[in-house]
Design a protein. Structure first.
Length: 122
């Protein structure tokens, strides 16, 4: 689907940074959360760049859009999990603020890419 690599997409690069930030943030979660919230948050975070990469590698713009919507869904899931972690006092308010700021930026980038791809379909 188009020239270039998914690795050149700034939204993919930012998503990879977000994965790292989530892994660092969840390191301090209680040990009993390893199979719970920690794993869910990490899985949702990893899903974002993976779906962007998979979509970019597909044959059609429509397929790419489909995977971007999945990535966006994972992003919203992760935002909710970040807020749950804050409520459970696993994450400080400043840490939550930084993570949600990055999530907002990635969300805007996904939306912009979807808009651009939709114009191509029109």
């Amino acid at each position: 689907m188009g020239a270039g690599s998914y690795r050149e997409l700034v939204v993919w690069q930012k998503s990879m940074e977000f994965v790292e930030a989530i892994y660092r943030a969840t390191r301090s979660f209680p040990k009993e959360e390893i199979c719970g919230l920690t794993r869910q948050m990490r899985r949702a975070a990893v899903s974002i760049p993976c779906n962007i990469a998979e979509g970019q590698g597909r044959q059609t713009t429509k397929d790419f859009l489909h995977f971007l919507w999945i990535a966006r869904g994972s992003l919203r899931e992760l935002e909710t999990q970040i807020l749950i972690a804050e409520r459970l006092t696993y994450l400080s308010q400043p840490a939550v603020g930084k993570l949600l700021e990055l999530a907002d930026e990635i969300g805007r980038m996904i939306n912009a890419l979807c808009s651009s791809l939709n114009r191509r379909l029109a």
